[in-house]
Write a protein that binds this ligand. Structure first.
Ligand code: FAD
Length: 415
């Protein structure tokens, strides 16, 4: 056994949440050790759609989704699927999800999410500037597409909530969509979110954030945290194989893998994963200027460095099962519905969104030890929320009392 590494703060997990947090802490002059068995940013933070989506306050579980759930689950072309082998273990998560999709709970969750999202973009501008990654962001908005028929104004639950929360959204005619994105086939209409942005390569962004954090003096340990335990004297001991890290404060940011680590200190958090996929097509110049999402396909098409990425879908099925080729085929069919002349597929990927049944992240101190801070469960919005979450975590560590209000994200909200 090698001598324990002693540090003020250990960050478990080097996804976008852990990296943004470690960067801010290192920039504030704190002693930081980041622990991850894998390359920084190679989890969910690598293959996502790259959209910074401050408009997305409608929780995944909402009355519209609930009403359409049977159709979504039993249609082979649907963006939602359940792996039957994993379904018994999913029952508790799904029953909470259904309860959280009822109107009052969904509205409460949407209001909480909107509060955090309101600060997401200013926080990103500040973080990107400090970490010198601004040139990887594009502020071009995001476009929903209605291919067949645009819905009547405010007929959807999410649109009404966005209006109520003051989200800027602009309805576009078919001609306006064609003017903004000339390579698209004719559509019935669109909805533009002008305050959205996108990352042109999430993996490159993570790599640059890790390098910036290291250059500020943080150390990166390639190791898997297996045990996490409070010690007499108030420190937390992390056991990673034959390596031990003793930290005054630990930030748990291990994405979809955080649940078992939180449980070791007695925090029972109903975290599961919504598996998602992407396919990519290499191209010299991008077909589109901004992320576009044909609503009926449930996919995002994002222009990335040297390629088009088509990402999305939700597969409930746990962390262990391998990539499902049927989901890749579904994405490829979806991609070619919008752009029939795409060349051969150049990449495919499966990733694990860390998801709570109420679509809210867990951000806050463990109730079993105040120097363990949870920062995981960002579901569909981890890229969008990384800058504001990391700012909030640093605020907790420094015991500042500035906003945002984190009560809706408390680790003990599930009882
Ligand atoms: C298809 C798809 C599309 C998406 N599109 C978007 C989008 O457009 N916009 C958006 O905002 N979000 C999007 N998301 C969601 C976003 O990608 C995630 O919410 C976000 O990446 C989660 O970041 P994270 O740091 O919590 O987790 P991760 O990036 O998964 O990082 C967790 C890290 O923890 C490490 N780890 C695991 N176990 C241990 C351990 N025991 N010890 C130490 N380290 C450990 C892992 O190796 C990993 O590096 C999408 C997700 C998917 C799957």
């Amino acid at each position: 056994m090698v001598a324990p590494i002693k540090t003020h703060i250990a960050v478990v997990g080097a996804g976008i949440i852990g990296l943004a947090t470690a960067f801010r802490l290192a920039a504030a002059g704190r002693e930081v050790v980041v622990i991850d068995p894998n390359e920084p940013g190679s989890g969910a933070s690598c293959g996502n759609a790259g959209t910074l989506a401050p408009y997305a306050c409608a929780p995944v579980g909402n009355p519209d989704v609930l009403r359409n759930l049977p159709g979504l689950l039993f249609n082979a072309e649907s963006p939602l699927a359940i792996r039957l082998a994993a379904s018994p273990s999913l029952v508790p998560w799904l029953s909470r999800f259904v309860r959280q999709s009822l109107p009052a709970a969904a509205r409460r969750n949407g209001v909480a999410l909107a509060g955090l999202l309101r600060e997401a973009m200013p926080a990103w501008r500040e973080l990107a500037d400090q970490a010198h990654v601004t040139n990887l962001l594009r502020y071009e908005g995001c476009l929903y597409l209605y291919r067949e028929k645009a819905p009547a104004k405010d007929s959807e639950w999410g649109a009404r909530l966005r209006n109520e929360m003051g989200v800027r959204q602009k309805r576009l005619t078919a001609a306006e969509v064609a003017e903004m994105e000339p390579a698209l086939p004719p559509v019935a209409g669109g909805l533009l979110f002008p305050d959205a942005a996108h990352i042109i390569d999430p993996a490159v962004l993570s790599g640059r954030m890790a390098a910036a954090t290291e250059s500020l003096g943080a150390s990166f340990q390639r190791a898997r945290v297996e045990r996490l335990a409070s010690q007499n004297g108030g420190t937390i001991r992390l056991t990673c194989g034959d390596r031990i890290v003793d930290a005054h404060t630990v930030v748990l940011a291990a994405g979809a893998w955080s649940q078992s680590l939180a449980l070791q200190v007695g925090d029972k958090i109903p975290l599961d994963t919504e598996r998602g996929y992407h396919v990519e097509f290499d191209m010299d110049s991008p077909l589109i200027k901004r992320p576009v999402s044909p609503i009926d396909l449930g996919l995002y098409f994002t222009p990335m460095l040297g390629r088009l990425r088509v990402a999305g879908t939700v597969e409930l099925g746990g962390l262990a099962a391998p990539l499902n080729p049927a989901r890749i085929a579904l994405l490829e069919r979806g991609a070619r519905k919008l752009f029939p002349n795409l060349g051969p597929m150049s990449g495919q990927w499966l990733g694990f969104r860390p998801s709570l049944p109420d679509s809210l992240p867990v951000i806050g101190r463990s109730r079993h030890g105040g120097n363990l801070i949870h920062a995981f469960g960002h579901g569909h919005l981890g890229m969008t929320l990384a800058a504001i979450t990391s700012r909030a975590v640093v605020g907790l560590i420094e015991r500042r009392n500035d906003p945002p209000d984190l009560s809706a994200f408390a680790p003990d909200r599930f009882g």
